[in-house]
Ligand binder design. Structure first.
Ligand SMILES: [Cu+2]
Length: 234
């Protein structure tokens, strides 16, 4: 008699273990959390959008807040009312281990230069690092949104739209850094969808994910960021 469950487990074990990294966009001020991610080929970065009107764009290293010259990705804008989380997410599949920087292109408050950027697979050369990109971004002007609509990823239903009551009132410094790596507290999944596009059925996201963003708390408040946020609340 065939032991079906053993058979299934053996089959799953043969698949590459892709990981989904959840990135909170604007959950605590003008920031991506985590903003430094170490991912492998076929891993998924899932951007979850919190209030205001954010986007995520793959950038280029030496020209901050400007889209990548080739390839890359762009989510479009995800307007999200206060005290909610957007019902849709933007998912990007990682194709290789090359460094990728990303930023928010919202200029109502100049989100990119004020801290809304991050990096996937930084290197140690001081250029393709979070701090290296940040040093350039702080001197940037307005950010650039790619022409046209979203590309390079998949818009999907948000698997978790529950909002802790206090989440939208927490502020923290945008300059804070949080890192996720493949060895961190993330959930391995075996069902990354290889398809691109936007044909996602409602509730059809069966990929098990864990919120990889560490609970950073709010040890201090970024006064500059809070001030900017107060001026540019949408
Ligand atoms: Cu933003």
């Amino acid at each position: 008699m065939v032991n079906l469950s053993s058979f299934l487990i053996a089959g799953l074990a043969l698949q590459a273990q892709a990981i989904v990294f959840n990135v909170s966009v604007g959950r605590n001020g003008l920031s991506f959390e985590p903003n430094e991610i170490r991912a492998a080929k076929d891993d998924i970065i899932e951007f979850r959008f919190w209030p205001k009107n954010h986007s995520v764009v793959a950038g280029r290293f030496n020209e901050p807040c400007v889209p990548a010259q080739a390839g890359g990705f762009y989510s479009g804008f995800f307007p999200t009312p206060a005290d909610t989380i957007n019902p849709q997410v933007f998912r990007v599949r990682i194709n290789n281990s090359d460094p990728i920087v990303f930023y928010c292109s919202q200029n109502n408050g100049q989100h990119c230069k004020n801290g809304m950027y991050g990096i996937i697979n930084p290197t140690q050369n001081g250029v393709t690092t979070l701090s290296g990109y940040g040093a350039l971004a702080r001197q940037a002007g307005n950010a650039t949104s790619p022409a046209g609509g979203p590309f390079g990823g998949q818009i999907a239903a948000n698997p978790n739209t529950s909002v802790p009551p206090s989440s939208s009132t927490t502020s923290s410094a945008a300059a804070s850094s949080s890192t996720s790596s493949r060895t961190g507290s993330v959930t391995a999944v075996t069902t990354p969808s290889p398809t691109r596009g936007t044909s996602t059925s409602a509730g059809g996201n069966t990929t098990a994910t864990a919120n990889t963003a560490p609970n950073m708390g709010a040890p201090f408040v970024g006064l500059a960021v809070a001030g900017a946020a107060a001026l540019f609340l949408v």
